[in-house]
Every structure is written in structure tokens, then in C-alpha cells.
Design a protein around this ligand. Structure first.
Ligand SMILES: [Mg+2]
Length: 388
């Protein structure tokens, strides 16, 4: 039965699908069919939506946006608009030469940069980052800095750049705290008479204030204490709170979690997270990320937050709305595969992975690598070094 389905599919693919595919993919189609075993292929034939297809053929990064299979195979419909590029099919391209850099730069007008692990490590600027950013600006490229770190506002981030000798404007920075504020203001149209209960630091408070959104919690010193017996009676949902927003809170405690949970038990209360990173890499080590702050609430409330950080689509939508870039001419540069590179790929952007942060070269070259960038290089400063 399975073999029969395989043969039917193959006959159909050869006669009707291959001629419609762009040249590099037509070459790859036989390879795609060859590496899948029969059960996988039958799985593909039987699946009914794109998420199933993604799972079955993700091993080759062949991701049709539509793949509809009906009982009659003649109604198979492929849409290849979102297929990964040829480089991804054959492995990521390592940039190691002047020609390689020139070719890479010619592909993109706009660059989205992750910060920690790409531009700096903790408080140490990585080699030739400043020169590389200057070189990109001189060539007319637009630079946008996208970070999941919610502890700093865009203004505070500008100061960090300045301290390291890099000139940027707050408008060039897009942090997850700002992303959450924009989402509340522009997407949700959060009511002016409602407040956000913040689990997080001043970065979130500043960005909410910049969008005119009222908030409680956050850095309020009154909440930096142990829970008291009377709190068990007094902690109840607050009707003025319309959203619980969770970020990286360096002073998280049982009292704050209890207040958040009380409000999340009201189904109408929004549950947002600036990001859900499992770890926070800094100073060459890993610390608990913002995802560990909302994790107890996910467990207790049985609700999932909408994440406004990389790799969420919600953040990409906010960045796109603000900067209006052309995805195919834009490159996401990052050191982390499950956030930065996924973010770029899911948004239809080119991707450049650097080896100065969380993930390593072996992570992308592994046979079972889940996320494979389009390009990679040892460090961002190689752009300047290879051109000079
Ligand atoms: Mg990073």
C-alpha cells in the first residue's frame, strides 16, 4: 500500500511538479525523494496541513507554504514561495574571503543585529565590530539592532553603545521591552484605563511609559519582600489590571508570582512575555533567561504567554511595521540559532550566524541540525578584516 502511494507520488511529481519548480529545486527534488524512506513519504502524502509537512520534510529545509493532498493525487498543490535557499539545502556557506564578503554584502540593504554575542560579550566589544558597522554605514546599509534583553530601554541601550564607542540612535534599536509596548499600543490597542502588571526591570517600565501605558509592579520596592500570612487573603485579581507582562526580573519572588497568577486566572487578562529565552548568556556563562520568570506562571495558570521577542512572529511584525524593509534584501545577524537565526528564517530574511556567542560551528554542521543559517563566519569583524 505504501509502495503504491510512493510510486503514484513519484510519477506525479516527475510529470507535473518538477517542471514547475525553480531550476535549483528541480535538481533537488529527486534527492529529496531519495533520502526519505517510504514511511516518511507516505506521511507527507497523508498530511493535511503545512505544519505536518514542515515536520516531515524539515530535514531538508524544504518548506512549502501550502501542500494540500486530496484523495485524488492530481490535486496536489505545492507553493514554493517560502522554500529555503539553495545554500541551506547544501549546507551553510562559510564566508572566509574578500570575494565572499563582497558577494554577501551585495545581497542585502538592511541588517538586523543581535547584540550580545555578536557586537560584544558582556561589556567587552568584539574585535573590529566598530570598523565593520562603520563600513556598512559607508556603503549605505541600514543598521537595526534587535535585542531580547528587556532589562534596558532603547535609551539605556544607546548609552551602552556609546560607552563601547559605537554611535547609534534610539530609533535604530528595537528591544523586546519596546516590542511589548508597541504590541500593546498598536496591535492590542490596550485600554487607557487599564494597567499592566510588570514582572521585570526598568527597561520595560520606560518603554511602557514612552507609549503612555500605565503599569504597576516592576521595580516597585514594596514588592521586593517575602510573602506574609495576610497576603494569602489580600492577593486577589485587580480589575484595573488588563495584562501581565513578564520579562527578565532580577528580583522575582513568590509574592510577585502570586499576584501575577491571581490576575491570570481572569481569562480576559492578557498574558505577554518580552521573550521566552531559556538562558541569558553573559560574561561567558549562562544565567536563567526571561523564560524562566514566566515558566512558573505557565505551569500554574496553564496559559501560554504571547512572546514579543525573537523568534516570535509578533516581534517580526512590529519590526517590519516600523522599518518597512524588504525581507529578501534584509539579513538577520545572530549568535543563537533558536532565537536569532530562527527569527530571520521565519521572517523570510537572509541569515548570518557568528561563532562568538551561544552556538558553535558543530551545531550547524551536525547532520540533525534543526536550524541552519544561510551564511556564517567566525566573527562579525571578519567583514572588515577580509576587506582590508
Ligand atoms: Mg546573542
Amino acid at each position: 500500500m505504501r509502495f503504491c502511494a510512493l510510486a503514484t507520488f513519484w510519477r506525479f511529481a516527475t510529470l507535473h511538479v518538477a517542471p514547475l519548480i525553480k531550476p535549483p529545486l528541480a535538481v533537488l527534488l529527486p534527492q529529496y525523494c531519495k533520502v526519505l524512506d517510504r514511511s516518511d513519504l507516505v506521511g507527507v502524502l497523508r498530511c493535511g496541513d503545512s505544519s505536518d509537512c514542515r515536520e516531515h520534510i524539515g530535514c531538508l529545509s524544504l518548506i512549502p507554504t501550502k501542500l494540500r493532498i486530496a484523495n485524488n493525487y492530481s490535486s496536489v498543490l505545492f507553493s514554493f514561495e517560502n522554500i529555503r535557499d539553495r545554500e541551506t539545502m547544501t549546507g551553510p556557506a562559510k564566508i572566509t574571503s574578500k570575494t565572499g564578503v563582497e558577494e554577501f554584502l551585495s545581497k542585502y540593504d538592511d541588517f538586523l543585529f543581535d547584540c550580545d554575542g555578536v557586537l560584544w560579550q558582556g561589556d567587552v566589544l568584539l574585535p573590529h565590530v566598530k570598523e565593520t558597522l562603520n563600513l556598512l554605514r559607508e556603503r549605505g546599509k541600514r543598521l537595526i539592532f534587535v535585542t531580547n534583553n528587556s532589562t534596558k530601554s532603547r535609551k539605556a541601550y544607546t548609552k551602552k553603545f556609546a560607552k563601547l564607542g559605537i554611535e547609534v540612535t534610539p530609533e535604530e534599536i528595537f528591544g523586546s521591552a519596546y516590542s511589548a509596548a508597541v504590541y500593546l499600543k498598536k496591535v492590542v490597542k490596550f485600554p487607557a484605563d487599564k494597567k499592566v502588571l510588570v514582572l521585570g526591570e526598568s527597561g520595560i517600565e520606560e518603554e511602557l511609559a514612552s507609549e503612555g501605558i500605565q503599569f504597576v509592579g516592576g521595580t516597585d520596592p514594596a514588592l521586593r519582600r517575602d510573602i506574609k500570612p495576610e497576603d494569602y487573603d489580600e492577593i486577589v485579581p485587580d480589575p484595573s489590571i488588563g495584562c501581565v507582562l513578564s520579562g527578565l526580573d532580577l528580583h522575582i519572588n513568590y509574592l510577585k508570582l502570586s499576584m501575577a497568577l491571581a490576575n491570570l486566572q481572569v481569562p480576559e487578562t492578557l498574558f505577554l512575555a518580552t521573550n521566552i529565552d531559556s538562558t541569558y548568556p553573559t560574561h561567558g556563562k549562562l544565567f536563567p533567561g526571561a523564560g524562566t520568570i514566566c515558566a512558573p506562571l505557565v505551569l500554574a495558570s496553564k496559559r501560554q504567554p504571547i512572546s514579543l521577542g525573537k523568534p516570535s512572529k509578533a516581534m517580526m511584525d512590529c519590526v517590519k511595521a516600523k522599518f518597512e524593509f524588504v525581507p529578501a534584501r534584509t539579513c538577520m545577524v545572530g549568535d543563537r540559532l533558536d532565537t536569532d537565526i530562527r527569527f530571520g528564517q521565519d521572517g523570510g530574511l537572509g541569515t548570518l550566524f557568528v561563532l562568538t556567542g551561544v552556538n558553535t560551528e558543530s551545531d550547524i554542521l551536525a547532520e540533525n541540525a534543526e536550524t541552519v543559517p544561510k551564511h556564517y563566519m567566525t566573527k562579525l569583524g571578519d567583514i572588515f578584516e577580509l576587506l582590508n
